[in-house]
Ligand binder design. Structure first.
Ligand SMILES: Cc1cc2nc3c(=O)[nH]c(=O)nc-3n(C[C@H](O)[C@H](O)[C@H](O)COP(=O)(O)OP(=O)(O)OC[C@H]3O[C@@H](n4cnc5c(N)ncnc54)[C@H](O)[C@@H]3O)c2cc1C
Length: 386
């Protein structure tokens, strides 16, 4: 401690790791400070889907498409290290009414540059996924959807950042963000002070708490809990990420009550992941039999063969939720030098590297590849923040 760097990153989840890598690669000196171990927050309590199919049309979709390119092109040489798999997604519609809605959504998505293939009827579905329930009405295939292993990605991005000169400090909480004359001067921890002109708040669902370490600064990012079920390993039976058309609506909703929409996928180790639930219950880590049994039932409705499978475990995590469903990315005008990245909700793994590349451009005074204005932290009226 006691050193001075260009940028302090608070949080060593995937957002902080990706930011450290891109910012260090751009030539700035970086120190990452994490209160726990690497990826001890949401980045180790999630799934690793990199989706374009579930995004609302608009700035988040543009960011998702941009991030896809960063994963696929800029970071192509690391794909095997973090188990990047361009497996594609399949959205299924249980009945004719939801299939009609899905077709309308697909038409919109095509107009925004998303590749979508209609799957007409159960036979077309089962050609792609032989074990799908034959009673399903039809679906749509999204070849651009991919997945990554979030823990491996977080660790490896930090390794790459370290190779570019970044310092990673773990098991050390940031307890205060210091300022002088209204401008950020660095951060304080129990071990001392790190001076920096830029402090990047990458604290995931804790972004709001960390913003408050700078004083009366509120950023309305809240936790939205989700459970995931992990099955015993089986031979590969599910080839894509498969989810119900209702998932898109649940992602877009801000409802505090429990919502469950099935998302089922296989992993390279043979386990099947069954997700997921959404509910706003604060940072409550207790087990919910209701959520877990509803996820299991919803998964079995898609793949009846899963009914005989044993579960190895369940886990839950907190998505960083923002009331207007857009990530918060950029400088806080209330305290020059303080930047936030939060509110990515259930897309923080997929979006991380695109956000990080844009941040590195912004922090080095370049024009950003995408306009960051829609994500600006200043967009919240004071009453919403309160
Ligand atoms: C069930 C579930 C499924 C999900 N599935 C997907 C998916 O398929 N695809 C996808 O893209 N996203 C998914 N997500 C969302 C994704 O997990 C998050 O958006 C992402 O992990 C956020 O990463 P982060 O680095 O911003 O936050 P985190 O990983 O939470 O990292 C923030 C870090 O900040 C640290 N911190 C907090 N306060 C301090 C402090 N004072 N000092 C120092 N350090 C501090 C924390 O310890 C933590 O490690 C899912 C989430 C859940 C819960």
């Amino acid at each position: 401690m006691g050193e001075s760097v260009d940028v302090v990153v608070i949080g060593a989840g995937i957002t902080g790791a990706a930011a450290a890598y891109f910012v260090a690669s751009a030539g700035l000196s970086v120190t990452v400070i994490e209160r726990g171990s690497i990826a001890s927050g949401t980045s180790s309590h999630c799934e690793g889907n990199i989706l374009v199919s579930d995004k609302e049309l608009g700035p988040e979709l543009e960011l998702a498409l941009y991030s896809q390119d960063v994963w696929r092109k800029d970071l192509a040489e690391h794909a095997a290290t973090w188990e990047y798999e361009a497996k594609g997604g399949i959205m299924v519609a249980p009945d004719e009414a939801s299939l009609t809605s899905l077709r309308a959504l697909a038409d919109h998505q095509r107009s925004m540059g998303i590749r979508v293939e209609d799957l007409d009827g159960p036979a077309a579905l089962r050609e792609r996924e032989p074990y799908l329930n034959p009673a399903l009405a039809g679906g749509a295939a999204y070849p651009q959807d991919a997945q990554v292993q979030p823990l491996l990605a977080t660790h490896h991005l930090l390794k790459l950042a370290r190779e570019r000169g970044a310092t990673i400090i773990t098991h050390t909480p940031v307890t205060r963000i210091d300022s002088s004359g209204g401008r950020v001067t660095g951060v304080r921890t129990p071990d001392g002070v790190v001076s920096a002109g830029i402090v990047l708040n990458c604290a995931g669902p804790w972004v709001r708490d960390v913003a408050r370490l700078a004083g009366e600064i509120d950023v309305p990012v809240m936790p939205r809990r989700g459970f995931v079920l992990v099955s015993q390993p089986i031979p590969v039976t599910i080839r894509h990420k498969v989810y119900s058309a209702s998932y898109v609506g649940d992602v877009a909703s801000g409802d505090a009550d429990l919502q469950v929409s099935p998302v089922v996928e296989g992993t390279p180790s043979g386990t099947i992941l069954l997700g997921s639930s959404r509910e706003r219950v604060g940072f409550d880590t207790s087990f919910s039999l209701d959520a877990v049994s509803r996820i299991a039932r919803a998964g079995v409705a898609l793949f009846p063969a899963l009914a005989d499978l044993h579960l190895l475990r369940t886990y839950s995590g907190f998505r960083p939720f923002c009331p207007d469903h857009l990530p918060v990315i950029g400088p806080d005008s209330r305290m020059p030098g303080l930047w936030h990245v939060g509110g990515q909700e259930g897309a923080g793994i997929g979006l991380s590297v695109g956000i990080a590349k844009l941040l590195a451009q912004a922090l080095t005074g370049q024009e950003t590849d995408l306009d960051l204005a829609p994500f600006h932290p200043d967009r919240f009226p004071e009453e919403a923040a309160a």
